[in-house]
Design a binder for this molecule. Structure first.
Ligand code: GLA
Length: 729
């Protein structure tokens, strides 16, 4: 068992292969945090120190002892109102209007297997792969109970945390703030790595000090957002990509979140991850519960790269589900940048003919095939095929495409409605709007109230009505605006955004149950909802609306800190690039798109014969490496926000195959040679460049590096496969 309870000291210890997490119920029933980090043995309650601290209050039951204060002690689930003035994990407004919750230990339970969460995505694992610890805390005055859930995946070095808040009293209480994870560090100086961005430029890398005060990121947009990704790392000041201590938190949720890192008056650090407290006031009547979405925790002493690989394995094996979680993904040709709204059935079939000739597996018909939708101002909500526009039925079109040996996929945006649509004319009250106010428009569309089951059911039926018309093997689920006008006649306003996200999950669960063979790709204006919650239903997510290979180097670098390459939707598009006007070579665009699910977002009819030949070879090359990219370990070999080149490699688990990728980000006259040091190889074996035939020892490649062949042109890419020589060959 990875969970131990020492009754005499009331100590809980969670052990993974390389980490230890420890906490203690003290004599007053408070659940104190003792330690999280590299493997350590024995009771560590000696780490707790108590001194008389001015202006830090003392719980009533400690009597005259002024040295005991919740304002100073490390805790597992700190609440507002107990004399802890730091950021709290939970805040409850009681029936009498007071804001206070004094949680004390009530009971605990240890179980084999990993807990699951009702209505929410969560890490899953087999009975033998994980253990669960559940600690029940209780406020004896209000009757509020909190079940803290800990999942321990010993082999993966992963610990998960969640909480279920239940009103065990008689009046209604309101949950004003709820987190799933809190980490208190009594010592240490830390940096926080976070990933900020904007539409078409997501997940930029930022490293800042966790200093006195609070570093806070989050979303109040209704989705996890382009602006801040719901995942962070906390690292010691000297930690680097390849060495040093670092912790990571990934929030398994696709809506509003809040992450806070605070250094308190004594230099202690608290890291919290949970639901955003704004636009959230969750009432619980007697007997009702709220499930706080899960946070995945990881720790390593071996730098950011090792922590990323740990998270990649966890997401690949314990978050992504369904047929495609472990299977090869189709190389797809998407119609969006090929023709935007300007297409018909013939032109989509032509894309399929080109796809067949180029070795591409699937054609995806993007936005514009339904209702009245020739631009982005109308039609959303009217999920009926526009046969007049297509010139044939969907079934006929799919039949022709499949006849060419090409699979077919389609775009949907179920959560939205255009004011200019049949649906809105019939049900204006289904859109989120505040009575008496004009709604805020985004992309000229409104958001359907997906917290309502009747709304979801209607849309589900309409969409299934389309998906049943032919052999549809892929769906791109889009969501193209941030949410405003949070109001519902049906329920308490403070519940809507949480219930909305659960509504989206409910819809996705039903969709994937009904069409288990279908690959669903997530999307929200590119990567505006790129999170582990969505990955539970959609094993890949369109990473960004920016398809420029040069910008993608940074976007994909940031994304790689938590999410594996097999989840990163990435395509080759036309030049000049539609977002930046930049012209990168077809080779470079291919190398960059190969760090993801790979596909095309252009009209092959506009390519020269020479380019077509290159695409054909590119697709074949990708297919050769697809397994290695999907299952291999990912190594960042440079820092594209700082270095001249962007470099990364995929290394097979047995270290016998390596795919090295380098893109020069700068060209200067008479440039110095760029050397790239590989990582993760077997130092003692000989690797052979499968194209040039040159041989190198792993140790040389890792310690001395490889000179990248000189050449002209900005954003020039270099890709090489290295394979272990067998019998000296
Ligand atoms: C979003 C997506 C694009 C495309 C358009 C269609 O912006 O990210 O890939 O599907 O919507 O409207």
């Amino acid at each position: 068992m990875a969970v131990k309870y020492q009754e005499e000291d009331h100590i809980f210890t969670l052990q993974t292969e390389h980490t230890t997490y420890q906490m203690k119920v003290d004599e007053f029933g408070f659940l104190l945090h003792l330690y999280y980090g590299g493997k350590a043995e024995g009771c560590m309650d000696y780490l707790l120190t108590c001194s008389d601290r001015g202006f830090s209050g003392n719980p009533f039951d400690v009597g005259a002892d002024r040295t005991y204060s919740m304002d100073v002690l490390p805790q597992e689930y700190p609440c507002l109102g107990t004399g802890d003035y730091r950021n709290c994990a939970v805040n409850i407004r009681n029936a009498d209007g007071s804001e206070c919750c004094d949680l004390r230990y009530a009971s605990h339970e240890v179980r084999k297997g990993k807990y699951s969460l009702k209505g929410l995505p969560a890490v899953f694992a087999g009975e033998e792969e994980a253990d669960t610890l559940e600690i029940c805390l209780e406020d004896r005055v209000s009757g509020v109970q909190v079940r803290l859930l800990y999942g321990v995946l010993e082999k993966e070095d992963i610990i998960t945390r969640s909480a279920v808040i239940r009103n065990g009293g008689s009046g209604t209480v309101v949950v004003e703030k709820a987190s799933s994870a809190c980490l208190d560090f009594v010592t240490g100086e830390y940096d926080i790595l976070s990933f900020y961005g904007r539409h078409a430029m997501e997940r930029n890398f930022q490293r800042t000090r966790a200093a006195h005060g609070t570093f806070r990121i989050g979303s109040r947009r209704g989705t996890s957002s382009h602006q801040y990704n719901p995942a962070v790392m906390l690292a010691e000041r000297e930690t680097s990509e390849d060495a040093g201590s670092c912790y990571g938190m990934i929030f398994v949720y696709s809506g509003n979140f809040l992450c806070e890192a605070e250094q308190d008056q004594f230099g202690q650090t608290r890291l919290l991850m949970g639901l955003q407290e704004e636009l959230f006031h969750y009432p619980l009547k007697a007997g009702e519960s709220l499930v706080v979405p899960e946070t995945i925790l990881g720790y390593t002493e071996n730098g950011f790269g090792a922590l990323s690989r740990m998270f990649h394995r966890c997401i690949r094996n314990h978050i992504c589900r369904g047929k495609y979680a472990h299977g090869p993904r189709p190389v797809l040709l998407n119609s969006w940048e090929a023709s935007y709204f300007d297409f018909d059935g013939e032109s989509i079939c032509r894309l399929a003919e080109d796809a067949a000739a180029l070795g591409i597996d699937m054609v995806v018909m993007d936005d514009g095939w339904f209702g009245k939708r020739d631009d982005d101002n109308s039609g959303l909500g009217d999920w009926t095929v526009n046969e007049a526009k297509l010139g044939l039925t969907l079934g006929e079109m799919i039949g022709r495409i499949n006849g060419l040996g090409v699979k077919f996929g389609i775009w949907i945006e179920p959560e939205m409605v255009s004011e200019d649509s049949e649906l809105y004319r019939e049900h204006p009250d289904w859109a989120l709007q505040i009575p008496g106010r004009k709604p805020v428009r985004g992309r000229n569309q409104l958001v359907l109230d997906f917290s309502r089951e009747d709304v979801r059911e209607y849309i589900f039926k309409r969409i299934c009505g389309v998906l049943d018309q032919g052999n549809i093997e892929y769906v791109k689920w889009d969501m193209n605006r941030s949410i405003t006008d949070v109001y519902s006649v049906e329920k308490d306003q403070g519940k809507i955004l949480y219930d909305y996200v659960l509504g989206v999950y409910d819809f996705l669960e039903k969709l994937t149950e009904r069409y288990p063979w279908m690959l669903v790709e997530g999307c929200s204006g590119g990567g505006g909802r790129f999170d582990a919650g969505m990955l539970y239903y959609t094993p890949q997510i369109w990473c960004s609306d920016n398809t420029d290979a040069a910008d993608r180097l940074r976007i994909q670098y940031g994304t790689s800190f938590f999410y594996p390459a097999c989840t990163v939707g990435s395509h080759v598009s036309a030049v000049p690039n539609h977002q930046t006007g930049r012209k990168c070579s077809l080779h470079t665009r291919g190398v960059v798109a190969m760090a993801g699910t790979f596909g095309y977002e252009l009209d092959p009819g506009k390519l020269t014969e020479e380019e077509k030949a290159e695409v054909r070879a590119q697709v074949a090359r990708y297919k050769k490496y697809a397994d290695l990219i999907r299952t291999g370990d990912y190594y960042r070999l440079s820092e594209p926000f700082r270095d001249v080149c962007a470099a990364w490699a995929f290394v097979s688990e047995d270290r016998s195959r390596v795919l090295l990728n380098v893109v020069m980000q700068e060209v200067r006259g008479n440039m110095p040679t760029c050397y790239v040091k590989l990582k993760g190889l077997d130092p003692d074996v000989l690797y052979r460049d499968t194209e040039s035939g040159r041989k190198y020892y792993g140790s040389a490649l890792m310690r001395a590096g490889l000179p990248i062949p000189a050449g002209m042109g900005e954003y020039r890419a270099y890709q090489a496969e290295l394979a272990v020589c067998s019998n000296g060959q």
